[in-house]
Every structure is written in structure tokens, then in C-alpha cells.
Design a protein. Structure first.
Length: 133
């Protein structure tokens, strides 16, 4: 579904896979141009889930609760990979960037398509910097 593709963008970003994230984004864009505006909200939703999961992990929540927050069942490796991809400050910065994208798109500061493409590249670069640190 379109929602799964939108949510898959964050999974690909968490893996540092810019090519996959961009391909998923392109697929969303090509199949439903009206969905692009809603897609920013969908990506933000998944980023907020990741932030909630990181905070739950920090508070000592069990793995099962964290997996439920992330809506990932039966794949502990994926849960761990997504949790390890970014720090809480990085996730908060991603949310701020998505807000900036939303405002820019609504005020003529760029297209959602190009702004999200830039977000994907920036976020994957941030992920790679974290992985190499």
C-alpha cells in the first residue's frame, strides 16, 4: 500500500539506504500525486514512533513494548537496527526538518517532492555519520 511505502522510507533511511528510500519515495510520488502532501505527515508519524520507541528504551521498557511502538513484529534485528540508527537529538532534528519542509511546501519554498528527496539524503548522511562514529 501507499502507506507502507511511505513508512518504508524511514526504514530505508534507518538502514542508511538512500537509493531504496528514494525509490520508495519516487513510487509514492508517481502513483498518487495528491498523496505527496499526506506523505510528509506519514513520514513524520513514523519518525514520532521512532522517537517514542527510543524514549521507551531509555526508560527501560521491554523489547516487546518497543516493537509494538514501532509496529514491527517478529523481527528483533529490524527493531534493534531502527533503534540504533539515530540518537534522540537526531530524531528530534528530523521532526523539526519535516516541519520546515511542510511549511516551505505550503508557502512556496519548494516542492514536497524535492524537499523530501533532500531530507532523505540528509538523513541517510546523518545515519552514516552515526554508524561510523
Amino acid at each position: 500500500t501507499r502507506e507502507e511505502k511511505v513508512w518504508g522510507v524511514l526504514t530505508a533511511i534507518s538502514a542508511g539506504d538512500a537509493a531504496r528510500a528514494l525509490a520508495l519515495w519516487e513510487s509514492v510520488w508517481e502513483t498518487d500525486r495528491a498523496a505527496v502532501g499526506r506523505a510528509v505527515g506519514g513520514i513524520a508519524y513514523k519518525v514520532r514512533q521512532l522517537l517514542s520507541a527510543k524514549r521507551a528504551e531509555e526508560a527501560g521498557a521491554p523489547h516487546s513494548e518497543i516493537a509494538k511502538i514501532l509496529m514491527i513484529w517478529g523481527d528483533q534485528n529490524r527493531v534493534r537496527a531502527e533503534l540504533d540508527a539515530f540518537t534522540i537529538p537526531q530524531i528530534e532534528a528530523m521532526l523539526c526538518r519535516l516541519l520546515e519542509i511542510d511549511v516551505a511546501a505550503k508557502t512556496g519554498g519548494g516542492t514536497v517532492q524535492s524537499l523530501i528527496e533532500a531530507f532523505i539524503i540528509e538523513s541517510c548522511a546523518m545515519r552514516k555519520r552515526r554508524a561510523s562514529a
